[in-house]
Design a protein around this ligand. Sequence first.
Ligand SMILES: *Cc1c(COP(=O)(O)O)cnc(C)c1O
Length: 395
Amino acid sequence: MRQTGHHFLQIPGPSSVPERVLRAISAQTIDHRGPDFAKVGMRALDGLKTIFKTDQNVIIYPSSGTGAWEAALVNTLSPGDRVLMFETGHFATLWKQIAEKLKLRPEFIEGDWRGGADPDLIEAYLAEDKAHEIKAVCVVHNETSTGSVSPIAAIRKAIDNAGHPALFLVDTISGLASLEYNHDEWGVDVTVSGSQKGLMLPPGLSFNAVSQKAMAASKTASLQRSYWDWADMVGPNKTGYFPYTPSTNLLYGLNEAIDMLHEEGLDNVFSRHQRHGRAARAAVRAWGLEVLCSKQGQESGVLTAVLMPEGHSADQFRAKTLQNYNMSLGNGLSKVADRVFRIGHLGDFNDLMLMATLSGVEMGLAKADVPHTAGGISAAMESLQRGGQPSIAAE
Ligand SMILES: *Cc1c(COP(=O)(O)O)cnc(C)c1O
């Protein structure tokens, strides 16, 4: 049956694409070696620096985020290198699997999937590595499977406190342009990101922001690479071109999205996401349900992962919500499959969209006979009206 009105795409990425970006993407594809392309390419490469907050190189790939994960590793590391990773959730686990396939030696600091990476544990682990065999520390900034945020600046400090020379690699695929991020100031060596989350674009672009230290490491790193090689990119990028066919139309969209982010103001973008995160958590608590992230101050403004009451299926609830209210919610991934659902509140989003989303969740809970207390909606409204400031009782 035809569903009326628009679909609510409330998964934590891909996020819904604003009209302005869709229109920009719909322009005719041009010659990527022709004179007009340089303006498009330069605007994208320079514009991204203002989003990553870096004066160093940003590499753009026509790929999903997974490609940029691989690129960060193959450009900086050599076979057999030890790599320290932190198990924040499903995405950290996937990155580790890529490292294994590439014949690196990733080591996991285990986590309970309910918070971000712990700087103290990272510092202690690195302090043990007196021979400096660990060549990189890899952390997921916004763990999209759990809705927890890792303290990147504090982890930088932890690496420095341990006096360790390892490169610092950060995945902010779902954090960039939604959560505060400072590639240069936080001393990150490679930041990995993608187009389809906070940047409000369709899937298909991914990024590496690269420090000079990482660029220098790439000169001696010996993992096999071709498509992902930074060295082939930086030359043509200087004049706005790419070594192979770029995603021309997605670059049109990227340029529009960057304009939109600056029109709103990045700090306003960040506080909007925080405010929506607080309101979503207020709703979850009023329903009598539990937010998966249990570490205060590490809850994500991008998404809220909600634990189902014991004995109830998150996937059945999501199916009922889709069927009845035309809204897609995120599923629980691997370890928390069917135990968790995720509410995305990222990208091109506003108060009424959040309220509609939360209404859909509350109605879906009722339809699926999930035990809960009504009143999440008014709790969220109250939170928004307080400017999203947490009430003393709530947080
Ligand atoms: C979405 C996501 C990825 C994977 O990106 P793809 O575009 O699906 O390859 C990796 N890490 C995080 C944190 C993500 O949110």
